[in-house]
Design a protein around this ligand. Structure first.
Ligand SMILES: Cc1cc2nc3c(=O)[nH]c(=O)nc-3n(C[C@H](O)[C@H](O)[C@H](O)COP(=O)(O)O)c2cc1C
Length: 355
């Protein structure tokens, strides 16, 4: 007899009977990345999610992930205080939603339940389908206010913040967290249980590195697997998903409901397609340049030409890396003051080759 259970729509056969992910000996895994599921009642087309990326995950980066197949996209973290107090740039730029990017989850950070309720209400009105709460950010600027990973050590407050986000928004709420502040700590695991039981969170995203590790070191997928098996809500795995093989391995090893692409997706929207079986080769240089141009046009629309020219300096290295990583081109792009200068620098190698 095989025991089956379903979480986030993913079916597990506890022993035997299985489709094995290519290359990984995990006979209990039956789910596919292309399987649809629901999160807090929201239908999601597949198991590949864009992670929250501060300073990066704006509407057009999310839309790009969506174009390449992402089932769910998450915003960069947004300050609940900035939303509550109506900070203009936060409310006009960070809360901007494109009609084609749904379902979209907005990630908020903050430690005050009343402010969180108010911010969550505003984010819902801006068009979010879900609210995600940041309880994993290790950055001192965030933690010293009691938000981010500091909430792992303040579980009563964390539960109150999550319940407030749900109350304020009326939307399903998820929480992204880590195992603890330091190696060996399990505050995050204990908190995860309480968030489900007491704050009615619809799902969790688990990054199994301790806050002190920031984004370095091997994620503890065994710990994640334990959480996946224990909790009655879908758990999405984050961490170490740098390419298609490592993403598939994490999905298979943890049994998670979904995977979250973060650094692996930077300048690499093709990774979504690879994981979903809609893309199977390296993009050509022309395709990489066309994709970067797509990003540049939207950045200009979003920020105006002058600010976009500076903002895009963060994006150029990811795309130039895919073009071979020429250090001279990288250096030139970091010095460009205008979009026209950046476009000329990007076109120069092709023009030189044609000459
Ligand atoms: C530049 C950068 C910005 C990030 N911003 C956020 C954020 O706003 N909220 C959050 O919960 N995690 C954030 N993270 C963490 C990622 O979502 C993800 O959990 C982490 O990068 C581990 O995944 P990876 O090893 O596949 O990159 C950020 C990570 C990076 C590298």
């Amino acid at each position: 007899m095989h025991r089956h259970r379903s979480r986030g729509g993913r079916t597990f056969a506890l022993k035997g009977l299985t489709r094995v992910a290519p290359g990984y000996p995990h006979p209990e895994m039956t789910g596919q990345l292309t399987d649809p599921w629901t999160l807090g009642g929201i239908p999601i087309a597949n198991r590949v999610v864009l992670a929250p990326l501060a300073g990066i995950g704006n509407w057009f980066v999310r839309l790009q992930a969506k174009r390449f197949g992402a089932g769910l996209v998450t915003s960069e973290m947004v300050s609940s205080h900035a939303v509550h107090y109506g900070n203009e740039r936060t409310c006009t730029e960070l809360l901007r939603v494109h009609p084609d990017e749904h379902p979209v989850s907005f990630q908020l950070f903050g430690q005050d339940p009343d402010i969180m309720a108010s911010a969550a209400e505003r984010v819902a009105a801006a068009g979010a389908d879900l609210i995600d709460l940041n309880m994993g950010c290790p950055v001192p600027k965030v933690c010293k206010t009691g938000a981010g990973a500091a909430l792992l050590g303040d579980p009563d407050r964390a539960v109150a913040v999550a319940a407030a986000a749900r109350r304020g928004s009326g939307l399903p709420v998820t929480v992204k967290l880590r195992p603890g502040q330091r190696p060996g700590e399990r505050d995050g695991v204990v908190l995860a249980r309480r968030l489900v039981e007491e704050a009615d969170v619809a799902g969790l995203a688990f990054h199994p590195r301790h806050a002190s590790q920031a984004h370095r070191g091997r994620p503890d997928y065994e710990l994640a697997r334990g959480l996946v098996e224990e909790l009655p809500v879908p758990v999405t795995i984050s961490g170490g998903l740098r390419d298609a093989d490592s993403a598939r391995e994490a999905f298979a090893r943890t049994g998670a409901a979904a995977i979250m692409l973060a650094r692996g997706s930077l300048g690499n929207p093709w990774l979504f397609g690879r994981l979903l079986g809609t893309w199977s080769r390296e993009p050509s240089a022309d395709e990489v340049l066309a994709e970067l141009e797509w990003v540049m046009e939207r950045a200009e629309d979003h920020l105006g030409a002058e600010r976009a020219a500076r903002y895009l300096r963060k994006f150029y290295p990811w795309y130039v890396e895919r073009l071979g990583g020429d250090p001279a081109l990288q250096d030139t792009l970091q010095r460009t003051e205008t979009l026209a200068a950046a476009r000329a620098a990007l076109r120069a190698p092709a023009l030189a080759a044609a000459a």
